[in-house]
Design a protein. Sequence first.
Length: 112
Amino acid sequence: MANVEKICDDLVMIVDGQQVLYGSVEYVRQSFGRTHLRLDVPDCTVEELEVLPGLKNVRLGKHEGFHLLLEDEFYGKLIFQQVTQGNYIPTFDQHTPSLDDIFKMKVVESHE
């Protein structure tokens, strides 16, 4: 999907004969909001992060801290305020999902 982002201007996704996405790559990504968060919090566990507001999912990344999926991008600011509280955070990166993530979400959603 990384190649799709590089070479395509517009895209369409069809699942079970139904169009579920259409638009420019940037429009599609922006329509999902900045709901993905990469976070590096030293000496923190998944269990400690799971109690934060507005989280759908928390998982430990292979090489770079934690990956959080937010219910809404609004929660990024609240999470930032709670995890920093005077502490140094090497990485706090709130971003839109990748096309790969979006396609996986749409396929799962269409089969529920």
